[in-house]
Design a protein around this ligand. Structure first.
Ligand code: E4P
Length: 217
């Protein structure tokens, strides 16, 4: 499973990229606004740190303007993935861009029917939002299972990019279902490293080692 981080915070991106665990980055207009940076500069900065796919979302709602925005964003770097909303215009844009060899991430997916449309539009990634479904009392992970089953049945090339992740439990559940990618907040990726028994075990090993008075180097 690939790990993307869902943030526009360049410091967080640099810190976590250094762990070797970051395969890509997703941003959205809300995260970009929070960064306070000029969007084009922000995406360029992220692309210079992470060589994998970096999602940059269009903000127009109509196909023609989406295409113009995508043309600007695609020029920033080779690893820019154009993110479009799951609307008729978004999917029309997805089809046109993917036919032109551009990676496209279709976002704001909340149903298997929508995911089916995105795959038929040639999306490189579909982003189903599990946390936001859980938030309204629905079952976010059931959506991931449905999409994985459908995509497998038809050998669609579109990768399932699990989004709106709230914690390591979502990542593990998605991995068990065979989802291709999890995009998570930096805090979730950090949590994945942790286990109290690791800390306890390491302390015991270090205490015993100190008693030997030895040093390896
Ligand atoms: C994905 O690409 C989205 O940016 C993101 O996962 C949304 O997550 P949220 O529901 O925590 O805002």
């Amino acid at each position: 499973m690939k790990f993307f981080i869902d943030t526009a915070d360049i410091k967080e991106i640099k810190d976590l990229a250094a762990t070797g665990m970051v395969d890509g980055v997703t941003t959205n207009p809300s995260l970009a606004a929070k960064s306070g940076k000029k969007f084009v500069d922000l995406i360029a900065e992220i692309c210079a740190v992470v060589p994998g796919p970096v999602s940059a979302e269009v903000t127009a709602l109509d196909h023609e303007t989406m295409m113009k925005e995508a043309a600007v964003l695609r020029k920033i770097a080779k690893n820019v993935t154009i993110k479009v909303p799951l609307t008729p215009d978004g999917l029309k844009t997805c089809k046109a861009l993917s036919n032109d060899g551009c990676m496209v991430n279709v976002t704001l997916c909340f149903s298997p029917a929508q995911a089916l449309l995105a795959a038929k539009a040639g999306a490189s990634f579909i982003s189903p939002f599990v946390g936001r479904l859980d938030d309204i009392g629905a079952d976010g992970m059931a959506l991931i299972q449905d999409i994985c089953t459908i995509y497998k049945a038809y050998s669609f090339k579109t990768e399932v990019l699990v989004a709106s992740i709230r914690g390591p439990q979502h990542v593990v559940a998605a991995a068990k279902m065979g989802a291709h990618v999890s995009t998570m907040p930096p805090s979730t990726l950090r949590q994945m490293f942790n286990h109290p028994l690791t800390d306890k075990g390491l302390k015991a090993f270090m205490d015993d080692w100190a008693k030997t008075g030895q040093s390896i180097i």
